[in-house]
Write a new protein. Structure first.
Length: 76
């Protein structure tokens, strides 16, 4: 699966937020970053990704409480 979302020039900010959290996103251009998820990706990893993309603490808590193991779509 290769979901793609135009980040509208926010890629550098999202990349910096990911680095602050110890994540290794690929900076592709001003509106594109890349990241890989696999079977070792944990719920905590996903929540860190949500934070890096700008999710508030309340939104992350909501996802933590409502977590179900499904494929999700990211929309900014």
């Amino acid at each position: 699966m290769n979901p793609k979302q135009n980040l509208g020039g926010q890629a550098a900010d999202i990349h910096a937020a990911a680095v602050e959290r110890g994540m290794n996103f690929r900076s592709i251009d001003d509106s594109t970053i890349g990241l890989n998820l696999d079977e070792t990706t944990s719920r905590a990893d996903i929540l860190s990704v949500l934070h890096a993309f700008g999710a508030s603490d309340a939104e992350v808590r909501h996802h933590l409480l409502c977590w179900t193991p499904i494929v999700f779509s990211l929309s900014l």
